[in-house]
Design a protein around this ligand. Sequence first.
Ligand code: ADP
Length: 494
Amino acid sequence: MPLAEDTTRVVEQFDLSSEDVNKHVKEFLRQMGEGLEKEGTSISQIPTYVTGVPNGTEKGLYLAVDLGGTNFRVCSIMLNGDTTFNLTYNKVAIPKELMVAKTASDLFAFLAKQIELFLREHHTDHFNSHLHRRATFSEAAGFRDEHIFRLGFTFSFPVQQLAINKGNLIRWTKGFDIPDAVGKDVCALLQTEIDKLHLPVKVAALVNDTVGTLMARSYTSTGKHGSLLGAIFGTGTNGAYIEKVANIKKPISGEYDTSTGDMVINTEWGSFDNQLNVLHTTPWDVALDAQSVNPGVQMFEKRVSGMFLGEIVRHAVVEMVKNEQSGLFRDLNSSYNDWATTTSISAQSGIFKPWGLDSAVLSVAAADNTPELSTLRQELEALHIYTPSLEDAQAFKSICNAVGRRAARLSAVAIGAIAIQSGKLDDPNEEVIDIGVDGSLVEHYPFFRDMIHEALREIEGIGAKGADKIRIGIAKDGSGVGAALIALVASGME
Ligand code: ADP
């Protein structure tokens, strides 16, 4: 089978037709509804206790910390009250031994120490406020209330949130393993260590990064009604949106501000349709899932996010390379007949190693529109593929485009379903439905947002008119600004 024909065979399998998109949207809405009713569903729909979004007029100086995976970020954010902010930050790598420390206190003492170093470096005035250690003493630290920094804690591990500043760790992920911390309130663990250092800091809010994105976008966007949804398309994918409390049928334990009638819901949509009722599936998705550390879960994420797209392409390419008939990446000078000796891919190439192809290559492929595909061919050479022909590069680009396009169309399923669920599409008072996004994939993949919009137009109940109403914008520094904004909301509730 000639190369072009074999490429078409592979590419066609990633096609997500309009009909498919609509089928996915219906199922997404059904699973969202199920998640609002009970626990243990595919889309978890976790209440966040955040009951409103900012409008850009918020003011004040806040602290935010972010414990993600490899780094710990400490920042202070000055909200200027005019949709702008100033951000100062320090970033430090988490020592490997602390990721598997004996006690929770070992890790959290390190985090508190970083907060102290940050305050000493950037906010000495605030920190050395011994003069203010009079009258209205606060808790352990003994500072006057107005000199205490409110801190938003972005913690990107699974937690069962119990209040705006209370959440128990369900389990560690991403290489962390400190059994002592499991089941404990991570805000309390951090506060205890902060108090031991007598810092003027109160952990005011526990923040999921999607909620931070939603808050940050609402603060900076100029729409009069704030944003509806914050979504991440980075290593993973997830979204948080504003839901009517009346629609949340499962019990919400603990206190929250009931005045808005709304609550931000963290969907955890990465696990949409783990049962594969409708989720588009190719043989390469099946192969990827089988070799993943968590087969059968996060099935939506495995078709959409940065951690997986390169790997899907890799599986498809390896199949084509091994298919003698297809002729992809052949060494035309070789006199051998078997693929292993005639391929132009070195055995060291990432193409032959699980997880060896970074998703960033999809962006390179999509961006290269030169007649000779010279940038992409250089990239392939860097992957130890020797002298790839123009036809090889064209085939590779087509596969990358097919995988990237399907990811964008699936992203539109989630965004479209939430736009429909909000009821704002037909509301004449809502001129714009604003959506904040963050993550390398949506930021760097060329035309990712355009492909999302194209698919949104195909959704029944949205159409061209509805799609034109939906504005998707990047939320910069979401985790810092968003955490600060949630700390602000939380301090209003004290
Ligand atoms: P995180 O989600 O961990 O905060 P990022 O938003 O930077 O971090 O996402 C990192 C993921 O994005 C990685 O899986 C990486 O492969 C992927 N990625 C990085 N650059 C690009 C790019 N230019 N195009 C597509 N994917 C990319």
